[in-house]
Design a protein around this ligand. Structure first.
Ligand code: HEM
Length: 538
């Protein structure tokens, strides 16, 4: 007799007992279940009806049935979708609303006046907590984090520190020094155009893209667009900030970073290690390669590195930070440089390829910035007066592909929009929802229509326009990002005819996967393009 047969014919445990005892057991189970259900109903009534009535000063909370878990599952699967549902539930209220996920309360702010209050408040709303949590999870030791966030003397050596701030706070000012318009940014832009010029030639492409090219000859190359944009921009960012050295230390670094970055949600949501080896392994390799970089004698690498990398190294070494911790801190910078531009260039090209008229206009408008295929006046492309179409396409690309949300930890009970947000919770400004607001951005907010930026005056100054976050922590790389992406697309279109291979459908963005700025595509949605040197008549 097979074991399965034995199992099926086995008597049910209750069958061996007398009928009265069985009935009594059922009765007890029934009573316990009824009590639990009643307790749950009472709890829900209290939490979502009575308590809001007694405390009208607190934001209304999106109801749920499972205490502690709350909306945890939906939050992890698609937090924007959950926030949209909650807004719908409260009939698009203007007030902040509350959501609970795994016992943590998130207050969602969608009104621009209130989001401005969030960005202004540095006293009771903290961004540093988010950065410190990232540092901790990525391997920085606790004493190094404390050191990075302890006040430093106002007269210390190195980057000026008139207010006696910590290195963690000073780092934001150092980013701005490198990346806001000025001499340092001009140097970086110059590096970007020179490197782009080299990387965007057919002979270079035939070499660098060979591992994933799907077809190639001396006259053309074909490859998956998302993969290529990612590889190209990680190479570019890495080179501009670190020179040749990183590439020599680990030629596979762009590929490895891409692998990590596509799984970054596991880092952001702190997946347990047994579920996140696929993310933590490439992350460890990037950090290890950065450590090797800092172990190369300074005389062999510093001349080719950006000011910021050298200055951060000096500041941290002056505090006594070792190579391991230095590598982790700089890993966050490597991430900021490389995670978003690769995706924004992909989305911009995708929208242009699906709209040949727009693509032709982009090519024509940026033409005067080039002489014999060489970019001679890069700033021409950045100027909305000379390139208004480029300006509109850039804004529309970010509006549709941006995902980021600004998050702050609430250090003390804080009033926002006449509602009291409780200490210990998080306040979220969900940029994606702001970008899809029909009352601000006009009809068909889900459709790529660059003309909306022309139809409504000063739309780019709207506080609902937040692809780079806001307040003190607003992305300092936004000028370089725009410069690199728009100049790259212009150079590509001057040098090559670009065609989609086959009839590719518009790829779908992976809205459910959290990122730090621009959305990735859904798996399987990449598509091939073919580049061939531009014919004179095209
Ligand atoms: C299209 C490309 C980009 C997008 C959409 C983007 C978006 C963002 C967002 C949403 C934040 C968080 C702001 C907040 O929470 O308030 C941020 C921060 C930051 N980004 Fe970007 N970013 C881009 C490109 C870049 C580039 C190219 C760099 C560097 C070269 C960079 C460097 C930074 C830095 C350093 C921060 C931290 C804030 C600071 O301390 O300045 N970003 N970015």
């Amino acid at each position: 007799m097979s074991p399965a047969f034995n199992f099926i014919t086995m008597p049910f445990p209750f069958q061996s007992r007398p009928l009265g005892a069985r009935q009594e057991e059922f009765l007890i189970v029934g009573k316990v279940a009824s009590c639990l259900i009643l307790a749950l109903i009472l709890w829900r009534l209290w939490r979502f009806t009575v308590s809001p009535f007694l405390h009208p000063e607190r934001p209304k909370e999106f109801p749920y049935w499972v205490p502690l878990l709350g909306h945890g599952r939906a939050f992890f699967q698609d937090s924007n979708g959950l926030i949209a549902k909650a807004r719908d539930h409260f009939r698009y209220t203007q007030e902040p609303i509350a959501l609970t996920a795994f016992g943590v309360t998130f207050y969602v702010v969608t009104q621009t006046k209130q989001s401005a209050q969030v960005y202004k408040n540095k006293d009771t709303l903290s961004f540093e907590n988010f950065v410190q949590t990232l540092m901790r999870n990525n391997g920085n030791e606790e004493d190094v984090i404390q050191l990075m966030y302890s006040s430093l003397p106002a007269d210390k050596f190195g980057f000026p520190n008139p207010y006696g701030e910590s290195l963690g706070v000073l780092a934001q000012k150092m980013h701005a020094h490198q990346l806001h318009p000025g001499d340092q940014l001009a140097l970086l832009q110059n590096q970007v155009t020179q490197r782009m010029d080299y990387l965007l030639r057919l002979d270079t492409l035939l070499g660098t893209c060979s591992p994933y090219a799907t077809s190639r000859s001396p006259q053309h190359i074909e490859f998956p667009l998302y993969k290529w944009c990612s590889d190209y921009f990680i190479r570019l960012g890495q080179h501009v900030y670190f020179g040749e050295t990183l590439d020599q230390i680990d030629p596979s670094l762009p590929e490895v970073f891409f692998e990590f970055d596509e799984l970054i949600y596991k880092m952001l949501y702190q997946f347990p290690s047994f579920l996140s080896h696929d993310m933590s392994k490439p992350r460890a390799q990037v950090i290890a390669s950065l450590k090797k970089y800092f172990q190369v004698p300074q005389s062999k690498r510093r001349n080719n590195a950006a000011w910021l990398i050298n200055a951060m190294e000096d500041e941290m070494r002056a505090l006594g930070v070792d190579d391991d911790n230095l590598a982790v801190v700089i890993f966050h910078l490597y991430l900021a440089i490389n995670t978003n531009t690769r995706k924004s260039v992909f989305w911009m090209l995708t929208y242009l390829l699906h709209n040949p008229t727009l693509l032709a206009r982009y090519r024509q408008e940026t033409g005067p910035a080039f002489k014999d295929g060489k970019l001679t006046d890069a700033l021409y492309i950045q100027n909305p007066a000379t390139c208004p179409e480029v300006d509109r396409i850039w804004h529309e690309t970010l509006r549709l592909s941006g995902w980021a949300a600004s998050v702050r930890l609430i250090m003390e009970d804080t009033m926002i929009g006449k509602k009291l947000l409780g200490k210990g919770g998080r306040v979220i400004v969900p940029h994606r929802l702001l970008h899809l607001d029909e009352s601000i951005f006009g009809a068909e907010p889900h459709t790529f229509r660059p003309e909306r930026w022309q139809q409504k005056e000063n739309l780019a100054r709207s506080p609902s326009w937040r692809p780079f976050g806001g307040g003190q922590t607003m992305c300092s790389g936004r000028f370089l990002a725009r410069f690199s992406v728009t100049a790259f697309v212009a150079m590509l279109l001057q040098r090559f005819d670009v065609e989609m291979v086959g009839s590719a459908k518009l790829p779908v963005a992976d809205e459910g996967r959290p990122v730090l700025g621009i959305m990735s595509i859904k798996e399987g949605h990449d598509f091939n393009v073919r580049l061939s040197p531009r014919r004179k008549d095209s």
